[in-house]
Design a protein around this ligand. Structure first.
Ligand SMILES: NC(=O)c1ccc[n+]([C@@H]2O[C@H](COP(=O)([O-])OP(=O)(O)OC[C@H]3O[C@@H](n4cnc5c(N)ncnc54)[C@H](OP(=O)(O)O)[C@@H]3O)[C@@H](O)[C@H]2O)c1
Length: 306
């Protein structure tokens, strides 16, 4: 039975996924949030493929463990840098360090992400999920863009989510001051904003040799959400985890998007793991995309710099 277009993502998740034998030897790949779940498995697969990894992580002890494990297992070069993405000043500092250290960047994977059931604010008063999931990746990408453009062919992968289908993006209330915060909607808003800016960036990068795509890493057993209350943690551990998949599939899919020769030149698309998919209609509204691009530039201080 063929599912209606808006439910096609359910069937896509069960399709045979694409893989590649292409290696990544010596390619400099920056990945955020590699201490756990999707990011950890992507880092592992990239290390196995020979990539020179730069892990940008919030918790340096956890990152050092991953660094040691992957170095021992695969013998590839692995560097770590610390950054908390709830602080945009820190994102700027880490971008500067990356530009100082790496004259060449082949792949940027914006993976770090968070889901909270309650509204919390960052030190600068931004709603945390929106800041970590969207603004931080938007800012890091923009700051690294000149280097990526000097390193062509280069690829940007935004680890997004089917959660964008929850909606929630209200340009007049990005900080959830006028509405009651709902975790899934807040998460959906952040992922919708990221997707909308992917289409804008892809257009701006056309012909530059840098591609940008978004992907959903599968419904997988990770620590996302485990920062919430005990009841949520119990629900996740005992009811959700048993039905979720192994995040190895996420790592494999990200590797494919980063390494596959057939992905060269493919840009401005959304992938369910490795399957090209149509996102929800509200995430395809280019007029909203242009507005959220400008708002994101203002909130991250990029507009001022311009
Ligand atoms: N799991 C799923 O089913 C699923 C589905 C769709 C999309 N995703 C997306 O996949 C990505 C990875 O999530 P995951 O499921 O692998 O969850 P996870 O196991 O919780 O990993 C999240 C990673 O992001 C890091 N992180 C969280 N907040 C951060 C901050 N403020 N600054 C810097 N790093 C931060 C975490 O660091 P710590 O180790 O220090 O906490 C961790 O490394 C997210 O973008 C998520 O939205 C996941």
């Amino acid at each position: 039975m063929k599912l209606p277009e808006e439910l096609q993502f359910i069937a896509n998740a069960r399709m045979v996924q694409k893989t590649t034998d292409a290696r990544m030897d010596g390619r400099v790949c920056i990945i955020t949030g590699a201490t756990s779940g999707v990011g950890y498995h992507a880092a592992k697969k990239l290390a196995q493929g020979g990539a020179h990894l730069v892990l940008v992580c919030r918790n340096i002890e956890k990152a050092a463990k991953v660094q040691e494990e992957l170095k021992c297992e695969y013998g590839t070069e692995i560097d770590i840098l610390q950054a908390d993405f709830s602080r945009l000043d820190v994102v700027r500092m880490v971008a500067e360090a990356l530009l100082d250290h790496y004259p060449h960047i082949d792949v940027l994977i914006n993976n770090a992400g968070v889901h909270t059931t309650r509204r919390t604010l960052t030190e600068s008063g931004l709603e945390t999920v929106f800041c970590v999931n969207h603004l931080a990746s938007f800012l890091l990408t923009r700051l690294l863009l000149p280097r990526l453009m000097e390193s062509t062919p280069a690829r940007i992968i935004q680890v997004n989510s089917q959660g964008h289908r929850f909606g929630g993006l209200d340009l007049n209330d990005l900080n959830w001051e006028k509405r009651r915060y709902k975790g899934l909607k807040g998460y959906g808003a952040s992922k919708t904003a990221q997707l909308l800016t992917v289409w804008e960036l892809a257009d701006k990068l056309r012909g530059s040799g840098v591609t940008v795509n978004a992907m959903h890493p599968g419904e997988v057993r990770t620590n996302i959400g485990m920062n919430n209350g005990y009841l949520y943690q119990w629900y996740q551990r005992y009811l959700l985890w048993p039905i979720l998949r192994d995040p190895v599939i996420s790592g494999n899919a990200i590797y494919y998007l980063a390494a596959a020769p057939e992905m060269a030149g493919v840009s401005g698309r959304f992938f369910n793991l490795t399957i090209d998919e149509k996102p929800a209609l509200h995430a395809l509204d280019r007029s909203v995309g242009k507005r959220i691009w400008k708002i994101s530039e203002t909130l991250t201080g990029l507009a001022e710099a311009d």
